[in-house]
Design a protein. Sequence first.
Lengths: 518, 87
Amino acid sequence: MKLKPATLRTFTTLHSWMGLVAGFALFVAFYAGAITVFHQPLQQWATPRTAAIGSLDDAQHLLDDVLARYPEAREHVGMTFPGYELAQPTAYWQDHHGTWLFATPDHLAGNPTPPGASLPELINQLHYTLGIPVAGTWLMGVVSLLYGIALVSGFVIHLPRLVKDLFALRPGRNLKRFWQDAHNVIGVLSLPFHIVFAVTGALLCLMFVLMLALNPLIYDGKLMAASAAAMDTAPIVQKAGVARPLSPLASWHARSIEVARDQGIADFVPGYLKLAHAGDAHAVVEITGTAPRGLGGGAVALDATSGAVIATQLPGARDANHATLAAVYALHFGDYGNVAVQWLYFLLGLGGAFLFYSGNLLWIESRRKRRQPEQGRSSIIMARATVGICIGVCVAVSAAFVAAQLLPWLGWNAGAGERWACFGSWALCAIWASWRAPSRAAQELLWLAALVTALIPLAHGLATGWWFWRSAAAGHGALFAVDIGALALAIGFAALARATARRGRTGGTNSVWADQRR
Amino acid sequence: MWARAGAGVLPGFFLAAALIGLLGWLLPGPWESTMVASLAAFFPLWIGVICAAFRFSSGRRAWLWLGGLALLALGLLWLLQTSGWVR
């Protein structure tokens, strides 16, 4: 396909600006996001002792206790079933200040700290906020939009050679072309994945802001009133003002599975419930669950006093709104299908991180002064930032993993310590990279990343006794996979460090990546 | 470049919103039944409009075209809504 040279120039400028503005945030989002795909195994890995899966009786006791103690929970309470995120059930509700409180069978008093290990949530926050409170979500929403623009512009620039160069990966003397080929082929082959993430990422971060903006503009002010019916399963009902006891929790659990089976979903697993107006005759419970063979799970709403079905939104039989919402969530979180889909998401996530990293390298390379050792200021700053932020975050994530194991072992609080380890090591890496020559800093930080990542299985074994061979022998797939995954990444970082050193020694001399001392 | 980017972002926002509104309200059935799909379609459409804005030969033309189209589409939507021809 032919394009006008002016159009091509405009879109090339647009593409590099988008990369410049959003590339770093996207690298962090993809690296942390790839790991967040495995948040459930990670939760097991970071929990000091493997607790037995709780029973529905435990859940019933927890619910009864929370409802008796806290009047706010009688209005609205949520609860995860045992084995959904954690082995034990967790109840959660908002007190009259609007603060979320959590209770588990072991800690019945409401506590603002969510139960379970804090490591998965730290990585998740890094993924969708960069660790910045409140405004981080909106920032990442805007970053998703810029990412969308970068995808369109990148696709347009590459369009004239797209088919011809699709499988071209030309190693050789022209290293820039090799990197460009790698950038292009990963970009084109994973384009559907990237489109999904640009769209769903923007939507998940900015949905509420968008609704506020579009409500008066195109929905005649009626959007907010309509959104509950479009997004929840249980209708909003008023209290009857007549007391009536709840039916047993186990009966809701069984009923939801039965209702799903009647609609042709044989593998519905209840995950969590939302209960409104407990103790009133109009008490409603909504049970949301997963159905691995469907795209996104579904929900069943029951009369919580009689168990009668009020409404259902299950795969194959939901309205357009619920089907769209389920698809958005499922496609973003990759929680449909089996573990193969999760590994695919993990690899595509790392591939995405490579896309932004290689984009930065190409930016530097295209501004390289080939006839003199001194490089432009902008190239050096870009090289420093790429090393400090991108390689730095790899060090930081691994440091948080190590801290999550070692701190509780030494008797310290893991939650706060992990954050310090993560953001502290990231800041130190950034300072280091802003001070050292880029080629040296890249090698040193890559070796550091390899070292800290290799410490992950070691820290896990030391702190819990679950060395990876023992996990493998005992059939603990999650524990084994996290440890082995860390070792594989450590080997990858070491290989990159060696390649960077080789580039410094033997590659072209007039570059920010050339060894300054030779 | 900046003027055209601005045209895509500002009047482009209103144009994308109006198109989503027209689609949602003109499709058969109540607009509520495609609400989430409309919201999901908004961002890709806006991104498309922003990218398309760079194909105008000047920033002035981009602002005039996108602004004019946005006003026209929003006007049409509000006319349809207030007259009760769509629901």
